[in-house]
Design a protein. Sequence first.
Lengths: 432, 667
Amino acid sequence: MNHPDESTCGDKADIISTVEFNHTGELLATGDKGGRVVIFQREQESKNQVHRRGEYNVYSTFQSHEPEFDYLKSLEIEEKINKIRWLPQQNAAYFLLSTNDKTVKLWKVSERDKRPEGYNLKDEEGRLRDPATITTLRVPVLRPMDLMVEATPRRVFANAHTYHINSISVNSDYETYMSADDLRINLWNFEITNQSFNIVDIKPANMEELTEVITAAEFHPHHCNTFVYSSSKGTIRLCDMRASALCDRHTKFFEEPEDPSNRSFFSEIISSISDVKFSHSGRYIMTRDYLTVKVWDLNMENRPIETYQVHDYLRSKLCSLYENDCIFDKFECVWNGSDSVIMTGSYNNFFRMFDRNTKRDVTLEASRENSKPRAILKPRKVCVGGKRRKDEISVDSLDFSKKILHTAWHPSENIIAVAATNNLYIFQDKVN
Amino acid sequence: MAGAAAPGTGLGAAGGDGDDSLYPIAVLIDELRNEDVQLRLNSIKKLSTIALALGVERTRTELLPFLTDTIYDEDEVLLALAEQLGNFTGLVGGPDFAHCLLPPLESLATVEETVVRDRAVESLRQISQEHTPVALEVHFVPLVKRLASGDWFTSRTSACGLFSVCYPRASNAVKEEIRQHFRSLCSDDTPMVRRAAASKLGEFAKVLELDSVKSEIVPLFTNLASDEQDSVRLLAVEACVSIAQLLSQDDLEALVMPTLRQAAEDKSWRVRYMVADKFSELQKAVGPKITLNDLIPAFQNLLKDCEAEVRAAAAHKVKELCENLPIEGRETIIMNQILPYIKELVSDMNQHVKSALASVIMGLSTILGKENTIEHLLPLFLAQLKDECPEVRLNIISNLDCVNEVIGIRQLSQSLLPAIVELAKDAKWRVRLAIIEYMPLLAGQLGVEFFDEKLNSLCMAWLVDHVYAIREAATNNLMKLVQKFGTEWAQNTIVPKVLVMADDPNYLHRMTTLFCINALSEACGQEITTKQMLPIVLKMAGDQVANVRFNVAKSLQKIGPILDTNALQGEVRPVLQKLGQDEDMDVKYFAQEAISVMAQRLRKLDLPVKDSEELSAPRADKNHFLSPTVPGDNTRKGPAYQLHVNTRDKLAQLELAERVHFPQSRD
């Protein structure tokens, strides 16, 4: 794989908090802790520059969210972008949803390449004309200008979440989307900002009885009535919106019985699901918990059909990971375009890929020291106990501050985007 | 128009050799691209003025091309533009040139904002009528085809609304093409477009030949009604209404009813909801026979649907459904096939369902007549009046008049009065408010005796309610009661009780006395006002709370016209003059205002008035203490703030005037 792009900055506000390709893969959006959204556009293919095939350049940058203060609750609302979701393209402009903890915004990103020229009351240099000299009327004419990309906020969906929004997901009906926080899921119409429907509410009457929270939620890619949400208890619920207006009762409940031999103080924490994703086909769902990625068949609720160990070598280090809070990190996971490979992140700037057909897996590292542009990434190995071989890295020397939480896979090609703190790496298949 | 012309340019329009009339137009044209949206919007709204000045030729060759590319603007500007262009035919040279308006509207029909797109389509439909048949085929139909085969779904959705206007006037060959385009949009990849097609299906069916309706529209309808997306299926229900109107009973039964039956039992509650919501229209469209055979059973199912939203929608339709049944046999059908289900709904789990039912159930009494109402409906009304949910009770009370007509107030009072008295003391102030508003109606029909015995004490209790809206309503209620029962009754029963409150320790209650006097003085007439009310008002001028004092001034102004001049000169004026020197600026203000109003009246009567007493203060809003202010309403010249808080008055309390409403349905 090659390594063309990266951006660096030491600032905390630059830490990337979400990465998302649009439906064609032509654009890639990132959101950061500072509330900014940066959109990259893929360079147009040209015959004589084949090697530049996967290059993404900055297309538009805008401030999506600002820090706010909730005076009623005396709470600061961070500007950090939690999620970005692209809308299916409806005209020449692009639309995306971005959300922080409380407010979802719909942005329009559009191009402008003409501007009007000619005034009646001013001359070419902008000097005012004497109105006495106006004897004819001039209608402005549009002339070509340098391409300008504008981002404009089209809708602000606010005041519907008491808790922190963890997911947004666009419905396949193109007219609604949902937003999920720790205890509730709301359904919105894109056209209506002052009203949303609460479709899931797991808040107990008495907050002391609270035993689980919603950690992620997503719509089915084709069936507009179906969505899933995952919980901190490691379970996934599938709901059918046709059945009733409130989806408090699930249609399917996916849960793997716990292995009593592995039971420990940390069992509950590490079984919490940090991300849930439908496969492009809509047949499978993938979930990520602290140590594994699991693939579930929608038709089998009692156990996953595949389980992949992401970094099992950390099982012995859970105690120190608990102490430095790393155990609460929320890793995301993604499918490739054909649902045959899955990818998720780990520590030490490592990320993992699992080929579902060949059952082969690989650990790669996203770091500036180890990869030069267009160099091929070398598989990395973590040594588990015993003797450490050359090229291997010992568990104890892993850097837990360098974590890869957010990754994205191009919808049809083997191009991936990996966010490593404040760096964005884009890798692609080796060209020929 | 020139007033809006570029403030700050420092240039006048007059003078010089230039054409004066051009200047305002030049400003308008320049402001088409001003930074300020409001100015752009203003210019777009005067587009016809610009076009008129440019003449038809330049409008076509310069203005329209410019507007075609101006689609980057704000929605409101685009919306105004789309609207303007619909009426522009005359300004581009008449029907022969109507097609010049198509390019700008075509680009507006592809923007993402639905309101703008819909408006552009509406204008295109308007303009289509102005095309000659030839121009329609040369210019308009190609536009529709372009939109229908556009890359983006915004243009394809817009196309859906244009088929029905060009179809009737097109040649047969073109008609075939149009139908073909519509067919393909009905099976478009994106649900957006299928939804647009489904929502225009009925409209398109109406302009088609009956044969085509049967051979083409019905299959499309069937397909859309079984679309995988429920958002598409539910729109097919609407189309069903239009299609059903076009077909004979036999065709209807064979071609549409299977689909409708399926929709009424759809797996998705949203589709069933739509059937319930459109039930009256469906009922009218399919006619009485199918209604009895098919719709009534379907309706029964909807009334006991597992989803509350569906039950609520169906409950809303109960009255209309019953009204629209054929008169012959109606009572039997309702009694046997509808009422049993309604009885169930009265004790539904969901309050929205009960509330929906409560808003229409009273209407059944006129349909079923006195005896059935007493025997079958009254128990239901009573049950709903006692419902734990205030909205249910409110809906019943708000519709008491329909029952009143049928069974008479006596019957009503015996059965419902105890429940009403209970509601008059309800903890929710909105419920109390609704009851108060029904008091004059009840009083008028129950008579004085009955009223005094059962309801009078309630009416007086409301005067000291802790919610202002209730006290205010209670005051108005008293006025209406006095109008009904006469001054003698007022003097004996109401006035003494009102006047006693003038000594209440709570200043809010003391003010209520003043408000009551304001409301009652006119109805009570000069004698009672002068002899009984005025002394109390004057005494209150020495109140320690400023709010009371300035309301005394307002009251004096209000009751002034009723008093004779002696009382005005001898009693009112000294008090107002004293208040005019009050240490509180608001009291001073209102006292001076009252003096000036009074002075005008005295002058009309040719009585001597010192000029110094007359102030130029305009007549203020009569009763605006704590009345809601309209934002931006600065016509009043009164003080900016009016709420005085007297720390010594321990009973002063804050009120919640409006329930805060959050968009979320649950919390």
